[in-house]
Design a protein around this ligand. Structure first.
Ligand SMILES: [Zn+2]
Ligand SMILES: [Zn+2]
Length: 366
């Protein structure tokens, strides 16, 4: 197969001929039709997040089933599919409960094995992880759901349980944050975006936010008594505290931005949590069982992932697009849901203004 790979961290990924992936007995091989370029691939490429080498990056993809393992029941050659970025083992207690995205033995294409900057990619435990695509959802749109929109959907809908008319505050309007704004608006929530960047605030308003403010604004006043749901899409101790304090009684704080290093032990204003009976919730990725709700919003037109797409490029340009994320104003950039705290912060604000880069592959034989 033709695939983009790197053999050393920081070496420009190059398109070359590589062996086709072997189809696992419990898995499938997908012929990739579209794949997103995400900052978490960039972190792996630079060795911030060590991966086995050589590596083929890419974890946000859609395509058609090219091969099916002997033990797979749900999928047939030719099915149109997409796959969450974190795949469960399919057999443990966590996976059997449907929570494949937090499986202790999870696999991630582009990180634990070769990813989707390739004509073909193998996916294990296909019955537990693979998601069927409605005919009305295109491959580029599905790839653009990527980890950002999927992560935002789970945070706002499945974990935050936001309801029509409720106030949703989104702290950090980068890749994941603006996706959360899009989801909140689609569900009829009253959304407030918070970001230091004027461009990011303008983007939030452009997506339908009721208000967009700089950090430090009186969020309790703006939300008429406090947010019902507040999302930290940045991953910062201070933002987490501000988010919790912005909630009304019985409000839900959802932590999406990763808290890394010393921030992993962040203090939470537990006095407020107890006196107002707040909920402090974590959200990380999205399991396959949550996809139908998101895909229905896409199919109905309530969410248009194409609004998040900046450029569509060919596979031969994918390596340069990934390397281009090193530029401070990287046109290829946008915050990755599995990236670092910084990636979802200021850099993400710049990135999403430029949009997600999606690699489109010609359909047909290879
Ligand atoms: Zn599992
Ligand atoms: Zn991603």
């Amino acid at each position: 197969m033709r695939a983009v790979s790197y053999a050393a961290y920081g070496e420009i990924p190059v398109l070359r001929d590589l062996p086709d992936p072997t189809c696992p007995a419990d898995g499938i091989v997908v012929r990739v039709a579209a794949t997103g370029v995400c900052r978490s691939d960039w972190h792996a490429w630079l060795g911030h997040d060590p991966v086995p080498l050589p590596m083929v990056p890419g974890h946000e993809f859609a395509g058609t089933v090219a091969a099916v393992g002997a033990d797979v029941r749900r999928w047939r050659v030719g099915d149109r599919v997409t796959v969450p970025f974190a795949c469960g083992c399919g057999v443990c207690e966590v996976c059997r409960a449907g929570d494949t995205h937090v499986c202790p033995s999870q696999t991630q294409p582009g990180f634990t094995g070769w990813g989707s900057f390739a004509e073909l990619v193998a996916v294990s435990a296909a019955d537990a992880n693979v998601v069927g695509l409605p005919e009305s959802v295109g491959f580029v749109e599905a790839a653009a759901l990527g980890c950002r929109l999927a992560t935002a959907y789970r945070a706002v809908v499945s974990v935050g349980r936001v309801a029509r008319g409720e106030w949703l505050v989104v702290h950090g309007c980068g890749g994941v944050g603006l996706s959360a704004v899009l989801v909140g608006v689609a569900l009829g929530a009253r959304v407030v975006g918070v970001d230091v960047s004027e461009a990011a605030r303008a983007a939030a308003l452009g997506l339908g936010a009721a208000a967009a403010v700089a950090p430090g604004a009186d969020l309790v006043a703006i939300t008429e008594g406090g947010a019902h749901v507040s999302v930290d899409a940045i991953g910062s101790v201070d933002v987490l505290a501000a988010s919790v304090r912005s909630l009304r009684p019985r409000g839900r704080h959802v932590q999406v931005g990763l808290l890394l290093g010393s921030a992993a032990e962040a203090a939470v204003p537990m006095g407020a949590v107890i006196s107002r009976e707040l909920e402090v919730l974590g959200s990380h990725g999205m399991p396959s069982r949550d996809y139908p709700g998101l895909l229905a919003l896409v199919a109905s037109g309530a969410i248009d992932p194409r609004r998040l797409v900046g450029r569509v490029i060919g596979l031969e340009s994918a390596g340069a697009a990934l390397a281009g994320m090193s530029e401070p104003t990287g046109a290829a950039g946008s915050a990755g849901a599995v990236g670092s705290a910084g990636a979802a912060g200021a850099a993400g604000s710049v990135g999403l203004t430029a949009g997600i880069t999606v690699v489109e592959l010609p359909e047909g034989v290879c």
